[in-house]
Design a protein around this ligand. Structure first.
Ligand SMILES: C[S@@+](CC[C@H](N)C(=O)[O-])C[C@H]1O[C@@H](n2cnc3c(N)ncnc32)[C@H](O)[C@@H]1O
Length: 425
């Protein structure tokens, strides 16, 4: 989407809100009778990284969604999926081999903190693997507080300097990907994706028309259950908030600006309405004070909560296990078709099934079960498309619904309609 289109879509939303606001003002004026018109092991790391990149390039393949959507840019500069519930669900042990959708890398790194034997990260978008590789380089090279600066969780004026220290630990191709785009580094690498730009537009251009900084700060300060509900009811859930939500999180605007319209091909419900209900839950039943995802969406930083991989207490465990991580530029479908080196025990599948037909989903699930050790676990999310084990796999895959339901109620990345956990028989 071009800057121009981005501008136009935001413009449409702004126009509706402004028009309504002006109407409100005119009405108030009339009532008052007034008339107002407004990131030594470096060489070794680099060689390893170069070899890995060459392997990646030989492995690129196509699957259903790669034929329909553009995968040349960073879509997700952060994992918008809650690693806390993922880790709880997967119960990773030191004997485990894990497979994880790379996305921006945070949740793959979170899995590494549990000390498994091996973590295989896959993605079919090279830009997403560049995000993972820069994070790996940053864990190897930087101190914890510097990592937070590079990501954008904390303010910083020296991100390009921090990047210069990380770049030597990356493969040549990845280095040149980031070297070419300093503008993606300067604001924080966690802001570099299309999805994060969508949130930025929301935060900078639209949210201020509805809620001022004080209200946002008050919301993020949290409180007890009753205080949160009262604040939401009395101050937050205004008609302008509902209107903004309906417009900005509609399939059309989200498809054009945030995700890809193709990601909605199998969506059958009203997008904004579904996401509104989940957001309401996250603002009231859960405490916004503990929610790093909400904090980033509303402020562009992590105020007083961090996603699992970025917390100080998990930094050393991740750094110490980096040699157990490998990544490949390949779809899960194709990786599994060629995978021969032992069973996999734990799977983080993001919400990839959302983008495929029921038939392709069932075929991939079959591949996953065949690649799994008995007792292996699959964790994934549904955002807008219902995807759970089909009856045909009932004798091979067991849903762990009660655990998944409890975990879903704690899901801080609040836009998912369901968290799914299934165990291989
Ligand atoms: C599925 S997306 C989900 C992100 C977020 N949950 C959302 O829906 O807005 C996360 C990552 O999965 C990758 N991906 C999607 N389908 C895949 C597949 N079949 N094999 C490997 N990676 C895939 C995408 O490139 C992306 O980086």
């Amino acid at each position: 989407m071009s800057e121009r289109e981005e501008h136009d879509t935001a413009g449409d939303t702004v126009a509706v809100l402004t028009e309504r606001r002006q109407g409100e003002r005119r009405l108030a004026d009339r009532r008052r009778g007034g008339d107002r018109r407004r990131y030594d092991r470096r060489t070794l790391d680099r060689r390893q990284a170069d070899r890995q990149t060459e392997r990646h390039q030989a492995e690129t393949t196509l699957n259903e969604i790669s034929l329909r959507a553009d995968f040349s840019q960073i879509r997700y500069a952060q994992c918008w999926e809650d690693a806390d519930i993922l880790l709880e669900a997967l119960a990773i042990t030191p004997q485990d081999t894990c497979l994880s959708i790379a996305s921006a890398g945070d949740n793959t790194l979170a899995m590494l903190s549990q000390g498994p034997a091996r973590v295989i990260a896959l993605d079919m978008n090279p830009a997403q693997l560049a995000c993972l590789e820069l994070r790996v380089a940053a864990y190897r090279t930087l101190a914890h507080h510097e990592l937070l600066e590079l990501i954008g969780s904390r303010p910083s004026r020296r991100r390009l300097e921090l990047y210069q220290r990380c770049r030597r630990a990356m493969a040549k191709g990845t280095r040149s990907f980031w070297d070419r785009q300093p503008e993606l580094i300067e604001p924080g690498i966690g802001a570099a994706g299309r999805f994060e730009r969508y949130f930025r537009l929301f935060r900078k251009r639209l949210l201020p028309l509805v809620h001022g900084r004080k209200s946002v700060a008050k919301l993020l300060a949290g409180g007890n259950l009753e205080q949160r509900h009262r604040f939401y009811r009395k101050r937050w859930n205004t008609w302008r908030w509902r209107l903004l939500f309906r417009l900005f999180f509609s399939r059309r605007v989200m498809g054009r600006l945030g995700r890809d319209p193709e990601f909605f091909k199998y969506v059958r419900n009203e997008v904004a309405k579904t996401i509104f209900a989940h957001t309401e839950y996250a603002l009231t039943q859960l405490d916004p004070r503990d929610n790093p995802y909400l904090q980033w969406i509303l402020t562009g930083q992590h105020i007083n909560a961090l996603p699992f991989a970025l917390r100080r207490e998990n930094f050393d465990a991740i750094r110490n296990n980096l040699d157990r991580l490998e990544w490949h530029l390949v779809s899960v479908e194709d990786y599994l078709a060629h995978h021969q080196d032992g069973p996999i025990h734990k799977f983080n599948l993001s919400d990839i099934f959302e983008y495929m037909s029921k038939q392709n989903y069932a075929m991939l699930l079959d591949q996953l079960v065949s690649a799994s050790a008995p007792g292996g676990r699959l964790a994934y999310w549904n955002m807008l498309v219902p995807r759970t084990r089909p009856q045909a796999l009932a004798d091979r895959l067991q849903p762990l619904d009660s655990v998944a339901t409890v975990l879903h109620q704690l899901d801080k990345a609040f836009f998912y309609s369901r968290f799914v956990l299934e165990e291989v028989c």
